[in-house]
Design a protein around this ligand. Structure first.
Ligand code: FES
Length: 58
């Protein structure tokens, strides 16, 4: 499932980035080589980042 339609960022890729990298969703987008465009995804993206970091895989 895509979390960011503008940049075609998949939820699983954002979760992986949240585990491996620091920063908020916008910072993670930048680390993945993207920049927010319409910004409508950022609130949901922040929730996914927080959720991912609260449940880091072993
Ligand atoms: S859906 Fe993510 S910037 Fe538009």
């Amino acid at each position: 499932m895509y979390i960011c339609i503008c940049n075609a960022i998949r939820e699983k890729d954002l979760r992986r980035a949240a585990w491996e990298l620091s920063g908020d969703a916008e910072a993670l987008y930048a680390r993945l080589g993207f920049a927010p465009q319409c910004r409508q995804c950022l609130e949901d993206a922040e929730q996914i980042v927080a959720e991912a970091r609260s449940c880091v895989p072993a």
